[in-house]
Design a protein around this ligand. Sequence first.
Ligand SMILES: NC(=O)c1ccc[n+]([C@@H]2O[C@H](COP(=O)([O-])OP(=O)(O)OC[C@H]3O[C@@H](n4cnc5c(N)ncnc54)[C@H](OP(=O)(O)O)[C@@H]3O)[C@@H](O)[C@H]2O)c1
Length: 272
Amino acid sequence: MPRLGQGTWKMGERAGLWETEKQSIRRGIQDGMTLIDTAEMYGSGRSEQLIGEAIRGMDRNGLFLVSKVYPHNAGRRHMRESCEASLKRLGTEYLDLYLLHWRGGIPLRETVECMEELQAEGKIRRWGVSNFDREDMEELWRVRGGEKCAVNQVLYHLGSRGIEYDLLPWMRERGVIPMAYCPVAQGGSLRRGMLQNAAVQEIARAHQAAPMQVLLAFLLKQPDIVAIPKASLPEHTEENAAAALIRLSDDEWKALSDAFPAPDHKTALDML
Ligand SMILES: NC(=O)c1ccc[n+]([C@@H]2O[C@H](COP(=O)([O-])OP(=O)(O)OC[C@H]3O[C@@H](n4cnc5c(N)ncnc54)[C@H](OP(=O)(O)O)[C@@H]3O)[C@@H](O)[C@H]2O)c1
C-alpha cells in the first residue's frame, strides 16, 4: 500500500471545479500518490465518479482504490449493492480496500461476514474500518474473522495525536495499518497555528519546504502511517507528493513533537 495517497472528500461536488479536480487526481497519480481514498458518501457518489473519469484508461494494477460503505448499508441487506454501485462509479472490477465508514447500528459480526463474502468474490481485496477507537477494535477482535481487518482510518495530524496514547500501540501490536485522515488538519485556526509555529517554520526552511509539507513529513517519519491529504488544486497535490521526499531527522521530529505534544492520558477519538 502506498504511504502517501489522495483524499477526495468534497471533490466532484462543484461542476466548475470538475476538470481541475480531475487534473489534480491525475497529477497526484503521476507523482506517485496512487492510493486514492473515497466513499459512497462523498458528494453522494460524485467523488467516485470523478475518480472514475480521472483514472479511465490507466493501468488498474498501478492504482490502490479505497472506498467506504455507510454504516447503515454495512449489512446483509445493502452492502453488496453499495459495493457494486461504488465499483460502477469508479469504473473498476474491484476495490483494493473497502472500509466501514464509522460504527453504526448493524452488528459488527454481520458487517465482517459481508466483507469476507465480498473479498471471496473478488470484489474487494482487503477490508477495514474507520473511526474505530480502541474499545471498538477490541470488540471487533472478539467477532469471528474480525482480526482480518487490515486498516483503521482515523483522524491524525500533528495537532491531534490522541491515537498515540492507546489506539496506535494496540493496532501496531496486531499489524492493523493506521491511515491518517485530515493529515494537514483540513484548515481553520488550528492549522494556521501549526503552520505559523516556530519549529514547523524552522524545519520547513531547513528542508526548503513549505510548512504544510512538514505536517505530512511528521506523519511519514513513522514507517507504518499512511496519509491521505486532499487537494482540489494540482499545485497543492504536487506539493503534497513532494513531501514524501522529506526525511526529518530524529531531532526535528522531536522538536515538532515537543511543540505539539501527544496527550499523556486517554482522550476521546477525534473525528469529523
Ligand atoms: N474516514 C473518515 O471519516 C474521514 C473523515 C474526513 C476525511 N477523510 C478522508 O481523508 C481525506 C483528507 O482529509 P480532509 O480532506 O478532511 O482534510 P485535509 O486533507 O487535512 O485538508 C484538505 C484541505 O487542505 C488543503 N490543502 C491540501 N494540501 C495543501 C497544500 N499543499 N497547500 C495548501 N493547502 C492544501 C486543501 O485545499 P484544496 O482542496 O483547495 O487544494 C483542502 O482545503 C479526505 O479528503 C477523505 O478522503 C475520511
